[in-house]
Design a protein around this ligand. Structure first.
Ligand SMILES: [Zn+2]
Length: 439
């Protein structure tokens, strides 16, 4: 793509804060003006938003790009459980090649861009002395960099203490350029070893000046409490704002009294949280008869407690999940349903969970629609964030650095009802009510 595309002027957009008829001008990859009826610079490319919703791009704070699109290799997950998924991934790993892995990851990145998903944090399994997946994804990261930010987490899938050589492999992955330290304390052999893994991985991150993102307490066991250890070491080492606890599903099953102590601790430590609604609702509660627990962490309560919570896609067509398509609005919609966030504010919070909240978790620079931000955005066939979630709205236009990367046709149908031929879409003028514009 050209380094310096022509100025791009988007006319008549609605913004997530409710402002309407807004123009936005991008020059040299940055947003230089946002307002009503902007003058047209010479040679500008003009895109008429026709009142549709212009949003900063979607961000995925939790994904596994090394396993994506491998569904059915070498067999499908018969029980559908997390543990069979981990075993199945163990069977698949020796057969992986760098080329096939990169080809699947690049195919997924194409889906992501078409869906307006322009930044992904992906865990990459380091429990393989060859570091084959690490090398393949570092190559993919370099190749997609012009159009997608791929942030990699060194993830010891089989346990940094439990799997022989895993700590050494993890450090080698960091040396090669993987930028976030991962972990999986609930999968270590004992609670004590889990706590020890959290301590040593946080110290490793502090020494190297890196962020931390651990798979933490992905269990229905209410006594799986590694999140409190993660909060402790985050605070002790001054890592506030740089540490993420992913999943935290045991919190769903915890005693309310303990949860009421824990949530303020998470907030005080500046630990951020990622729930993975599609995966949590399908993998948790598998040991239950009825009633079956939902398993997703306490999203509304964490948000109310001042914790930044994002939603991740986690898996697409891999040993753990047969479905998915890179659609972060599907993720937001599932989170909304599982957490019963059906109020107008709750629906909006679910949209934020796949945009601004995830951007904070990744630490993205220049994210947003303000003057000075990167000219990255997506035009959605919806009139509000709530409608975008309801419809999994079409991505009419996807822009990166002021350059149009993707176009999608509006969703519409031609009806041939007796005596009433007409075209129909599923948007509703006038509803739901729009929040008042700020200022
Ligand atoms: Zn995961």
């Amino acid at each position: 793509m050209p380094t310096h595309p022509a100025p791009l002027l988007v006319r008549s957009a609605t913004l997530p804060d409710g402002r309407t008829d807004v123009d936005l001008l991008a020059i040299d990859g940055r947003i230089v003006a946002v307002g009503g009826a902007l003058p047209t610079p010479d040679g500008a490319q003009i895109e008429d938003a026709k009142g549709w919703l212009l949003s900063p791009p979607f961000v995925d704070a939790h994904f596994h790009m090394d396993s994506t699109l491998s569904y059915g290799l070498p067999r499908v997950n018969a029980s559908g459980t997390l543990l069979e998924g981990i075993a199945l991934w163990g069977e698949l790993k020796p057969t992986l090649t760098e080329e096939a892995l990169a080809e699947r990851a690049l195919a997924y990145c194409d889906w992501a861009v078409a869906r307006g998903l322009l930044a992904v944090r992906s865990h990459v399994d380091v429990c393989d002395p060859r570091l084959l997946a690490v090398r393949a994804l570092l190559d993919v990261k370099r190749r997609v960099a012009p159009y997608l930010d791929l942030q990699l987490v060194a993830f010891p899938q089989d346990g940094v203490l439990r799997a022989p050589g895993a700590l050494d492999n993890l450090q080698r992955a960091l040396d090669l350029g993987v930028e976030v330290v991962g972990g999986i304390p609930h999968f270590e052999r004992t609670t004590g070893e889990g706590a020890e893994s959290v301590r040593l991985l946080c110290e490793l991150a502090a020494e190297r000046g890196l962020r931390v993102d651990m798979h933490c307490d992905e269990s229905d066991d209410p006594m799986s409490r590694h999140i409190e250890t993660l909060a402790l070491h985050t605070q002790r080492l001054g890592l506030q704002g740089r540490v993420t606890g992913s999943h935290l599903t045991s919190m769903h099953s915890m005693d309310n009294c303990y949860a009421s102590k824990l949530i303020p601790l998470i907030c005080e430590a500046g630990v951020q949280v990622v729930a993975n609604p599609l995966i949590n609702i399908t993998l948790q509660g598998r040991h239950d008869s009825y009633p079956k627990r939902r398993g997703m962490t306490r999203v509304p309560e964490l948000l109310a407690g001042g914790v930044n919570v994002g939603f991740g896609h986690d898996c697409v067509m891999d040993p753990w999940y047969a479905l998915g398509s890179g659609d972060m609005l599907e993720v937001a919609a599932m989170g909304l349903h599982v957490a019963q966030m059906t109020s107008l504010a709750g629906q909006r919070a679910c949209f934020d969970a796949v945009t601004v909240n995830n951007a904070r978790i990744l630490g993205l620079e220049g994210y947003g629609l303000d003057v000075g931000c990167r000219a990255d955005f997506v035009l959605l066939q919806a009139r509000s964030p709530q409608e975008a979630v309801r419809l999994r709205a079409q991505r009419l236009l996807v822009v990166r650095g002021g350059h149009v990367l993707s176009r999608m046709a509006p969703a519409t149908a031609t009806l041939s009802l007796p005596g009433r031929p007409r075209s129909v879409d599923f948007t509703r003028q006038g509803g739901p009510p729009r929040p008042q514009a700020a200022g």
